[in-house]
Structure formats: structure tokens, C-alpha cells
Design a protein around this ligand. Sequence first.
Ligand code: ZN
Ligand code: FE
Length: 255
Amino acid sequence: MLSVTPIPAFSDNYIWLLRQDTSQAVCVVDPGDATPVIEWLEREGLELGTVLITHHHHDHTGGLAELIKRYSPRVIGPDNPEIDGIDERVGDGDEVRVMGRLFEVLALPGHTLDHIGFFTPGIPPLLFSGDVLFSAGCGRLFEGTPAQMHESLSRLESLPEDTLVFAAHEYTLANLAFARAADPDNADIEAAEAECQRARELDRPTLPTTLGRERRINPFLRCASAGVRQAASAHGDTDNDLSTFTTLRAWKDGF
Ligand code: ZN
Ligand code: FE
């Protein structure tokens, strides 16, 4: 059986660790820091077989050099020469077999231009969404345009309801505070806030989330909803889904 565990890093990153109970070799996603990964592997007596990278930001790649030196894993990531140490550079539509599952690579530009996601169908389907899709939020636009990010989120939205979404940051509570403002009549947001508050008090991650849940609580996936459009209209254009998304993203940046 495949299990996925968060290794907390820095103040709010998660390095997701994939493990099959039949193998000592595990996979980690976006190791921004090598130290917590090495500690985890040593404590559990595991080896690092594979690394997946979603984009070039340091908080996702900073541990790569040391992990390569120590474990020589197979490293799969975006086709971006700025990232040292990737030996399989992949892009949209490529498929990679990792931990016994076939992952589809999705190009998800917006937060950065090189951003990719890894999706595997199955029971349940899994998505590693990096800094594109968070619970109740989405990544900031550092390199891409609102149109690119909107398109990337639309692609993720078409994945199955029960897809488990493993995002790279614990931003959920802050995102929900914005979601409440952006979608004020949505009772699911209030319920999610209470639930996530409890999880954080117990020092538990609010992730993974599911795509079905994100369709209900994530304002960035709800640009067509009348309530979101109405709330966003005080902050800019809301003529269509893209302009509503653009307005929401700019509003959130200053929130
Ligand atoms: Zn990032
Ligand atoms: Fe990040």
C-alpha cells in the first residue's frame, strides 16, 4: 500500500514522503531542506529512491544537492536548466512511474513559468500541486499571468472529485480568512475554518484536501459563483471568470 506523510520544513512547508510498505526506498516531493528528510529516513531506516520537484523556488529545491550527495536518488522535475540535479526533465503529458504508480505530468504555469504538478489516477487519485493549488487558495503570481494561473487551476478542477490534493504549504487558515471575505454566504467555509482551527491546535496538517472540498471552499475555483463575483466586484472587474479570478488574486495579495 502507498502511504503519503508530511515532513514539516521551515515555518509552513510540507515535504511529502511517499512510501510503499513493500519497499525501503521512498520518494519525497519538493525537499526544500535536506535535514528533516535525512532525520526522517534515518529514524525509519529508509532509503531515498526518488525525488519529485514541482518548480524552481528554493523552498522546494534547497535540499536537493545534499540529498543527491547522500542517496543518489532519481530526480524528476521541470525542464528548467536553473534547477541543478534533475536527471529526468519532464513536461506536460509526460508519464513517470514512481512508487508503483503511473504519474501524469501537468504543466501548471502561473506561480512560476516552470511549475508542474504530478497526478496519478487510482484509488484514491493523488495530486501533488506544489504552490499552484492550496487548500482554500492558490499561489501568488511571481512569473506567470492571471490567465495562465486561471487556466492551470481549471485543468486541476477537471480532475476527479475524490483526488487527494497534497499542496506544499500550510496556508489553509489564512486562506480561509480571505475565503470568508470573498465568499461571505458560503457556510462550507465557516465549517472548514472551525475544522482547520482544531487541526492546527492539535498541530496536525490541514492537508491533504480533496478536489471536491476545494470546489466548495476555494474562492479561486469559484469565480463563476454569484456570491464570489458580488464580493469581488468591490475590488475590480468581474465581467467573466478570468477577470473575477484576476480581481480576487490582486485583492488577496493586499489582504
Ligand atoms: Zn513557490
Ligand atoms: Fe513554496
